[in-house]
Design a protein around this ligand. Structure first.
Ligand SMILES: Nc1ncnc2c1ncn2[C@@H]1O[C@H](COP(=O)(O)OP(=O)(O)OP(=O)(O)O)[C@@H](O)[C@H]1O
Ligand SMILES: [Mg+2]
Length: 289
């Protein structure tokens, strides 16, 4: 199917296909296990009549994944209240599918390796810390490491990945959550889907939202009452400077020209995050009592 028609490249492995007046997204996977996992997740969610996905088109090539292109869809903007509210409701709905689907029985899904992932991020951040100092100075690099190490030691004491979890999308960044032209939230890109506690993914969603709302946890918890039910192990995850580590690690994968452009945003982003972290730490401990 993807061979005929007009292809427009969106990313390295994603295209927009126009064929017979219809538009599709076409993604090519490197690994058949990821492709099979993503198809399996969509099949199960479709059987459960889950609203917040995009249908999957049948395709013979097992490495290709084709969906109708959502014309007029926009990535959510976590600065907007309606987008925070609706994306969180869709995420809760995704996690609630465990009532209909036994996700742990799926051979394609593995438990979310949170502590391993975060420890690995710290190791890799240490490796780039010298290069990072050239942009933000030793003081800020040390601060990031200080918060990361303190947070991971608490997380390792409190975090468990129990077998009574659910499906996690695995990558709740704003551009994987689209609002379609009719206003419905649609999750795309289940490449990192896995199983785990719903609270873990809610905490990861909060990590993404906090920089957009001046790290004001009290404001967010008042605005989104469902967050008050978050268990304390999940709230503890908020202490980890996840976005800072991820962004700086990504930064050093860029070309020199792209780095210069990105530095203009990432340096103030880092300063802002670090200036809010002491209060954030205090707030998390307070809401965790
Ligand atoms: N069905 C669709 N309708 C509209 N836009 C789409 C659709 N599928 C993908 N896109 C657009 O293409 C982009 C890339 O798709 P996708 O997220 O699947 O690729 P990716 O390489 O995994 O991205 P990343 O790793 O950056 O999250 C999306 O962020 C979205 O803007
Ligand atoms: Mg994506």
């Amino acid at each position: 199917m993807a061979q005929e028609g007009k292809l427009e490249k969106i990313k390295e492995n994603v295209w927009k296909l126009e064929k017979d007046g219809n538009r599709f997204s076409v993604k090519r996977y490197q690994s058949s296990s990821t492709a099979m996992k993503v198809k399996h997740v969509h099949d199960e969610l479709h059987s459960a009549s889950f609203l917040h996905i995009v249908p999957v088109m049948y395709e013979e090539d097992r490495l290709l994944f084709i969906q109708p292109w959502l014309d007029g869809a926009k990535a959510v903007n976590f600065k907007k209240r309606a987008d925070r509210t609706d994306s969180l409701a869709a995420l809760h709905a995704l996690h609630a599918t465990q009532a209909q689907i036994d996700w742990h029985a799926s051979p394609y899904l593995h438990p979310y390796p949170l502590t391993m992932k975060w420890e690995d991020r710290i190791v890799r951040f240490r490796e780039i810390s010298g290069a990072c100092e050239a942009y933000i100075g030793k003081g800020q690099v040390d601060e990031i490491l200080f918060y990361a190490l303190n947070a991971i030691s608490i997380v390792k004491r409190t975090y468990q990945n129990p077998l009574n979890g659910t499906l996690l999308h695995g990558d709740v960044v704003h551009h994987n959550i689209l609002r379609d032209a009719t206003g419905v939230i649609r999750f795309i890109d289940f490449d990192l889907a896995c199983t785990g506690p719903a609270g873990t993914e809610i905490a990861l969603w909060i990590h993404r939202v906090l920089p957009q709302i001046d790290y004001d946890i009290d404001f967010l918890f008042d605005e989104q009452p469902s967050l008050k039910k978050l268990d304390s192990a999940s709230k503890t995850l908020l202490l980890f400077p996840n976005e800072l580590l991820r962004e700086w690690l990504h930064f050093f994968t860029l070309s020199p020209a792209a780095r210069e452009r990105q530095a203009k945003q990432l340096i103030p982003f880092t300063e802002s995050a670090l200036s809010h972290w002491p209060k954030l730490w205090y707030d998390v401990e307070r809401i965790n009592i």
